[in-house]
Design a protein around this ligand. Sequence first.
Ligand code: SAH
Length: 395
Amino acid sequence: MSFTKVILKKNEDIRIKAGHLWVFSNEIAKVEDAVMNGDIVSVYDSKDEFIGAGFYNKNSLIAVRILSHKQAFDIKEVLRTKIIAAKELREELYPERDSYRLVFSESDFLPGLIIDKYNNTYVLQVYSFGMEQQSELIVEILKEDLHAENIFSKNEEYFRKLEGLPTEDKVWLGERKKEIIAEQGIKYEIDFENSHKTGFYFDQSDNRLFIEKISKGKKVLDAFCNSGGFGLHALKAGAEKVTFIDSSASEIEKAKSNYSLNGFEKEAEYEAGDVFNYLEKCKTGNSKFDVVMIDPPAFAKNKKTLAVARKGYERINKLALEAVENNGWLVTSSCSFHLSEGEFIAAINKAAQKARKSIQLIHFNNASLDHPTLPQMPETSYLKFAVLKVSALNK
Ligand code: SAH
């Protein structure tokens, strides 16, 4: 099958040839034939050399998302090969797990497709027009090759809108029922009807495991706890007491039931409320923790809000540092793609200066191994995770 030809302007091929997977609309010199949104097109440089083939969408700033570097192919076989490669990668990295991010979009060379696996239930997020049109093939592959029992979509409106896609969730196979997953030694009940993202934040999985090193016998605060992941790992490692706080009352309920599900006995405290206010109250009451973990939602949704977001990160990290006992730990994350690693560390450092604390960076990481990044495509990396030892400035 041959595809409609899209010819790039001079020099606009360089980034794509280096392995970036997006062609922006202003980089295109010519589209040779009529083409519909979602169709596969062949991308050529200005000297008529073939670069790659991908999904076209004239309504998106990302006009082409490269899917293959072959000139001709069968779409189902390309999708099948890539989904199986993604599965084999997870099986190699996490042989003991049944639940993880199976496919992470561009990072697994499947533009606009996220698949999270919860036991034998597969939850899809589709964020490109072309991938949306292949949904039925994707479902077939999950049935034929992975023997899926349940398949449904659980999309976020924001990303669908950018591609001009309707907000729509669908059950493709089986049913949308609760799952209990075992993940890095902790059990979680996943209630897909009422949850963030696809149901669980897999991206922090390895980082939650890391905090077990520093939690034994400690008084721990899990702020922005969602279903309780970090705090539950602290309890598993023998924390003396964990305080869970999240603004969502239903997430706090989940943290509670996950605590029971795991049969923990050490003390746990729960608060549905705003972390900023809570930490201000801790400051007034001089109440402190050995380990303070903060994992806020993305403060910088886009470049325009970056300056305000930077202040937000500084403020939350300052408040968190003030709640750390001398010689305790700050565990801090940012999931804003627009805030670089350097800017994140700078915000923490500024916060420490303002809080009059001395900090040592002990560990830094990005997302878990089931969230690969493409070195040639910075857009695929977003999560920052830092673990700092905190002491008084005047020691
Ligand atoms: N740490 C979690 C993921 C956190 S996601 C995990 O390991 O799974 C961010 C969480 O912050 C969400 O659950 C959201 O409900 C909560 N949140 C957002 N703004 C908040 C605020 N101002 N105060 C408290 N919680 C907030």
